[in-house]
Design a binder for this molecule. Structure first.
Ligand SMILES: Nc1ncnc2c1ncn2[C@@H]1O[C@H](COP(=O)(O)OP(=O)(O)OP(=O)(O)O)[C@@H](O)[C@H]1O
Length: 232
């Protein structure tokens, strides 16, 4: 489903035209199968976000290849990436990234509007989804009227509304207390088991890593562990 072959990335630093480069990811090869929960575990600065940004097309690799759903996306341009992301990916962030001036309903509706779905169809799909994640009583609430766990559920609903096959999550429980963390991890497991959604989660939290079928460990830009199958 996601295959990364010999991927490397260096950031150019210093003045424009400077040849000074910092290697951040070095020869990463990994495979994430359909329907898996995979986690990338590593300390701050190990290169986790860089890997996520490469897989989601926000930066281009210095070397190597990325194949997603049998499509070689390595040399996609921005327009191709934008379409590919809307069709295949949902995103969840540590800081939720909800639009504060929009209600729960409107935040979840937004990706469907971007896809050109009719208003009647949007209403039906959003209400069904809010019900399934237990947020139907909060449809008209604004983000600042919700708890952290509820806000993360809104952002999960927003990620799910386009029915993506892959959800990319950057520290999805990083801003939550341990009880709310468990609630969100249970929801991720349920979505994975019942709908077969593939999850790719960045974390430095062992509790999050525990729910994954596959853990990859990154240290200073090098994959030090991958391929270990964890019983869940
Ligand atoms: N745009 C950039 N320009 C130069 N260096 C960068 C850039 N982005 C990241 N880096 C460097 O790349 C390395 C890896 O950063 P990255 O954000 O991928 O790590 P991370 O594991 O996600 O860390 P954290 O858990 O703190 O988010 C760090 O040393 C960082 O300073």
């Amino acid at each position: 489903m996601i295959e990364v072959r010999d991927l490397s990335h260096s950031f150019k630093v210093g003045k424009k035209g400077s040849k000074n480069e910092i290697p951040v990811l070095k020869n990463i090869s990994l495979t994430i199968k359909k329907g898996e929960i995979a986690s990338i575990v590593g300390r701050s600065g190990s290169g986790k976000s860089t890997l996520l940004n490469l897989i989601s097309g926000y930066i281009s690799p210095t070397a190597g290849e990325i194949i997603i759903k049998e499509t070689n996306v390595t040399s996609f341009n921005e327009k191709m990436w934008a379409m590919f992301r809307l069709d295949n990916f949902g995103f969840i962030f540590q800081s939720f990234q909800l639009i504060q001036s929009l209600t729960t309903f409107e935040n979840v509706e937004l990706p469907l509007t971007l896809k050109g779905i009719s208003s009647t169809q949007r209403k039906k799909e959003v209400l069904e989804l809010l019900e399934s994640v237990g947020l139907h009583h909060h449809a008209d609430h604004y983000p600042n009227e919700l708890s952290g766990g509820q806000q993360q559920r809104v952002s999960i609903a927003r990620a799910l509304i386009t029915k993506p096959s892959i959800i990319l999550a950057d520290e999805p429980t990083g801003s939550l207390d341990s009880e709310t963390e468990k609630e969100i991890l249970d929801l991720i497991k349920k979505l994975n088991e019942e709908q077969g959604i593939t999850f790719f989660i960045i974390t430095h939290d062992e509790e999050v890593a525990k729910i994954s079928n596959h853990q990859f460990h990154l240290q200073d830009g090098v994959l030090t562990k991958g391929g270990a199958f964890i019983e869940v």
